[in-house]
Unconditional design. Structure first.
Length: 286
């Protein structure tokens, strides 16, 4: 029976020809062996690797060589400590979206007492990562989440249950389900499709992740739907927290000038991500 380290090193050598990272190989092995971290693969390197485990690993490794993202290979992603099921129906949660949640948690006191009973909606929830993380941080909030894709909603519900978070889900586009159910909101959060320049997108993302969750259609965007209909869900004050592309600032300013400036008193703030790009838009409507 082969040693774990021998299987690992053979995969590293073979995977290098296909651009497979050693980290992704360790992630797969750790997932099979139910290790909590990938570094444990190296800590247990002298242990024997059972043939039944190796059979599963070879299936995973074949997918890695084909360029499938490791999160889709093992059907698992981690978001701010929460383990989530993912497949190619939903986007793989990213560090920038973790930053969005972090910014909300840091800035919420500028707008509300977070201990209060606040109604928060996650628009285009996908895997449910944002809603799950916010509900865990702010258990007093009434957390709602929606998506136009019913298959994505099934995944989000599964993840919410697995993480012990109480979230109410709706099927529908933008603010439509909240308007239809006469729901007034205190906070809106969204990571909508925002990519315009497809040349900036990695090939594996183009090939495997859902295009409808990636690319912005300027003629029919979540941003425009949201700004146009925001008055239908505004109770009193309303905080809107959006993930954006740095190329969208002029586009978003135009939408706000069209839909918000004539009707509301509000503050807008663009926040940069860790790489120095304008990545988040926070709006507070009085």
């Amino acid at each position: 029976m082969a040693k774990l380290f021998d299987v690992y090193m053979q995969a590293v050598k073979e995977g290098a020809e296909y651009g497979v990272s050693s980290a992704d190989i360790r992630i797969c092995l750790a997932h099979i062996l139910k290790y909590s971290t990938q570094i444990e693969v190296l800590l247990h390197k002298d242990e024997e690797f059972d043939e039944c485990y190796n059979t599963v690993f070879q299936i995973y490794f074949k997918e890695l060589k084909q360029g499938v993202p490791v999160e889709y290979v093992i059907h698992e992603a981690t978001f701010l400590g929460h383990k989530l099921y993912v497949d190619n129906t939903v986007l793989i949660p990213r560090m920038e979206t973790e930053e969005l949640v972090a910014n909300i948690s840091e800035k919420i006191l500028d707008y509300y007492d977070p201990r209060n009973y606040l109604v928060c909606a996650d628009i285009g929830t996908g895997s449910g990562c944002i809603a799950i993380a916010l509900k865990a941080l702010f258990p007093n909030w009434v957390m709602l989440a929606s998506d136009i894709n019913s298959l994505s909603l099934m995944i989000a519900k599964k993840n919410a249950e697995a993480n012990g978070t109480k979230i109410t889900f709706y099927n529908g586009s933008s603010l439509t389900p909240y308007i239809q159910n006469n729901i007034a909101l205190d906070i809106i959060v969204s990571n909508p499709p925002y990519i315009i320049d497809k040349s900036r997108v990695q090939s594996s993302v183009k090939k495997y992740e859902p295009s409808q969750a990636l690319y912005l259609d300027p003629n029919h965007s979540v941003y425009e739907d949201l700004f146009r209909d925001i008055g239908k869900v505004k109770k009193n004050t309303l905080l809107v927290c959006l993930e954006i592309d740095d190329n969208l600032v002029d586009y978003l300013n135009g939408l706000m000038d069209k839909y918000l400036t004539p009707n509301y008193r509000y503050k807008r703030e663009y926040i940069k991500d860790m790489n120095g790009f304008a990545r988040f838009l926070f709006l507070f409507l009085e």
